[in-house]
Design a protein around this ligand. Structure first.
Ligand code: SF4
Ligand code: ZN
Length: 304
């Protein structure tokens, strides 16, 4: 079978479009899709300093790799940021991969830890949760602190933009999580055009139009190393149940996730603007409530 773009041997069939692509045309199609998402939603401006959240997994290293290609043309400074949650026997390997890969690309790499920012590692927070029989999943605790840690890190490195590596699968899963939680306002926040927060930081997700399996394939054919082990706490998340459900739908109805993604873009466009923008009464960071979720979570699961 031949690539529809250059007649080389095809190695990939894109299910939702039917395209057959060789490795080179597949790779350039991914970079072009990311560039199109960035430009369509005005995510990055000429000269911006971009903090890139890099966990050491396939999505974030692929994002760093692609932004490194694109940033050269637009005079953007990249700073790779890794958040060390403090998960024993898991995070150490990904920290090393993130650090070495950033160095190989010539990108500055900084590490910020929960211990340093919130006085406790995630492992310690989970012990406090269990001791107090709190009904909070590991990922809801971890995700709340990671968002805050990335905000603080982006501000410490003077970034104009904070880029994170959510892919199309993550995006669709997040939509269902918000629906199941009855949190319709958050769907407005899902619109890809970045909100300009008071401090000027724009948060962007340049990989949202790319399927997770395409990111894995891109990482493999471009020799991007990544940590394959999963976080030991991952199975506790409802996201995992939603992921399995969506993958089973996709297996029977190829392209259904892509259709959902396009529907979510339209729904979030209709809802956006209803979000509440306030300052947290405790930490003064941007929040939709009087007390932000990070401060609420700190009161529950950290010891000062
Ligand atoms: Fe944190 Fe959950 Fe991700 Fe593990 S799977 S790093 S607990 S958000
Ligand atoms: Zn707060």
């Amino acid at each position: 079978m031949k690539c529809i773009r250059c007649s080389e041997t095809a190695v990939y069939r894109r299910v939702y479009s039917g395209e057959l692509l060789c490795a080179t045309c597949f790779s350039s199609s991914i970079v072009m899709k990311v560039a199109k998402t960035i430009s369509q939603y005005s995510m990055i401006e000429y000269g911006d300093a971009i903090a890139v959240g890099v966990s050491g997994g396939k999505d974030s290293l692929t994002l760093l790799y692609i932004l490194n290609i694109l940033s050269k043309k637009h005079n953007n400074r990249l700073i790779a940021i890794t958040i060390d949650e403090g998960i024993s026997n898991y995070r150490e390997e990904s920290l090393a991969i993130a650090s070495e890969f950033s160095k190989a690309l010539g990108v500055e790499h900084r590490i910020f830890s929960y211990k340093e920012l919130f006085n406790n590692t995630l492992d310690e927070m989970l012990i406090i949760r269990d001791t107090n029989s709190l009904k909070l999943s590991s990922c809801s605790i971890c995700g709340t602190f990671r968002r805050r840690a990335l905000d603080i890190a982006a501000s410490k490195v003077d970034a104009d933009v904070l880029a994170t590596a959510h892919n199309l699968d993550d995006y669709v899963q997040t939509f269902f999580m918000n629906v199941f939680a009855g949190d319709i306002d958050r769907i407005g926040f899902m619109h890809p055009k970045p909100i300009r927060y008071a401090r000027g930081l724009r948060k962007i997700k340049p990989l949202i139009s790319i399927y997770e399996n395409e990111i894995i394939f891109y990482a493999m054919i471009n020799n991007i190393p990544f940590q394959a082990d999963q976080c030991p706490y991952m199975n506790e998340s409802i996201r995992n149940d939603i992921r399995r459900f969506l993958n089973s739908l996709e297996k029977e109805h190829a392209g259904i996730k892509y259709n959902m993604f396009n529907s979510i873009l339209k729904i979030s466009e209709m809802i956006k603007g209803n979000e509440k923008h306030k300052k947290c009464n405790i930490c003064n960071m941007d929040s939709s409530m009087d007390i932000c979720s990070a401060c609420k979570m700190k009161m529950l699961v950290t010891k000062i």
